[in-house]
Each structure stands twice: as structure tokens, then as C-alpha cells.
Design a protein around this ligand. Sequence first.
Ligand code: PGA
Length: 229
Amino acid sequence: MIYAANFKTNHTRSGTKRYLEELQQKISGRNTADRIFVFPPFTALDHYEGDYTLGVQNCYPVRKGAFTGEIGLEQLEEFGIGTILIGHSERRQLLHETQEIVAEKFAFFQQENFEIVYCIGEPLEIREQGDSAVVEYLLAQFDGIDTAYGKLIIAYEPIWAIGTGRSATVGEIASTHKVLRQSVSKPILYGGSVNPSNIAQIVSIDNVDGVLVGSASLSVDSFYALITA
Ligand code: PGA
């Protein structure tokens, strides 16, 4: 299973350091094929060694240059970062990233051989229109994306389930992941209000290869509870 923690705009540099040290203490010596990812904010990036992979939540698709306020590849390389989240719904919605921008980022980081956790997900009004509307909406989020890329992980995150405390139902997750599996032969994570009480059920669903977690990853105890559920 894959367990990914997305801190979003939470935790400081020192808080992240404490978190990663505690996480490492808890997970070291575990003998499993599980993979653990942590996506802290940029300001918390540093050289870390552990049984987890540190990634970034975003990056501008350039090596360096005149892009005020952005972070480029050069700044990630300083810390050996080779993993990125692309297409998170908060960036699509709040930062107005279009499918074109998302695809451009994807192509850039694919070229740079990054591991990419690529996020897709539908808003509530699409979910309410039924399964075929959902599938059509989700597949359109693969426009311009090379889904055959070797270092790709998909994260399905229904927007209405993110940070709302209302996870998708087992049936919704199962049917959506099944359809996605027919189009992409990559690991597929579920995200959206995953927590210590629903994790066991979610990871037991067919075609769920792991979880991408926001709120319930912010405390190391809670994230560790997910990993060991
Ligand atoms: P949540 O966020 O776990 O707080 O719902 C998930 C995500 O946005 O990745």
C-alpha cells in the first residue's frame, strides 16, 4: 500500500522536522512493501533520510529564471527532491490551474524523471449527475497526460470529499477505481477525508492501492495509525 501525507499549508520548518523524526522512529524496522510519502510545504524542505519519500506539492515547470514567487527545479534539486504532486483540486480551483497548465507541468516533470502523483477528482454537481458524467469528467483530466509514464501514481480525490469529513462511500470508491483501472495500469490512491476510522475499509476495496491524506496526516500519531491500520 501507498500512504501519502499532504500537509498543504500546514506545519512550519521546525514542526516538519519534529514530525519526520517521530515518523522515522515509528516506521523504522517495519518490514513491508508499503511506501510512505510526505509532502510538506516548500519552506520545510531540507535534507532528510528516512524510510519515506519526501515530495513537493507543486513546482513551476522551469529549472530557474524570472518567475517571481515561484520555485523551480533548481531549488528542488538542492534537497534531492524527485517527487511531485500535480493536479490537486485545490490548485485547479483556487489557483486556477487549467488542464493545459497541469499537462505542461506533467510533461516537464516527466522529462525530468520525477515520480508524479497525479490528482484527479470531480465536483459535487458532476457526482450528482451520475456515474457516466463522473467518468467523462475524470477521463478529461487525463487530457495531455502520458498515463503510460512509468513513474506515475494516480490519486482519485472527489472534491466534495476533501477536507469535509465526508469520505466517498465504499461503493463510490469501488466503482470509480474500477473504471479508472480500465484506463490506466498504474497505482491508484483514494483521497478525501481518509481517517483512522475509515482507513481499514478503504484500503480493502479492490483497485485501491493506497491513500492520499490531508487532515488526518497532520498529526504523526494519526498518520501512523493509518499506516498500521
Ligand atoms: P483530506 O485531504 O484528507 O483533508 O480530505 C485530502 C487531500 O486533499 O489530499
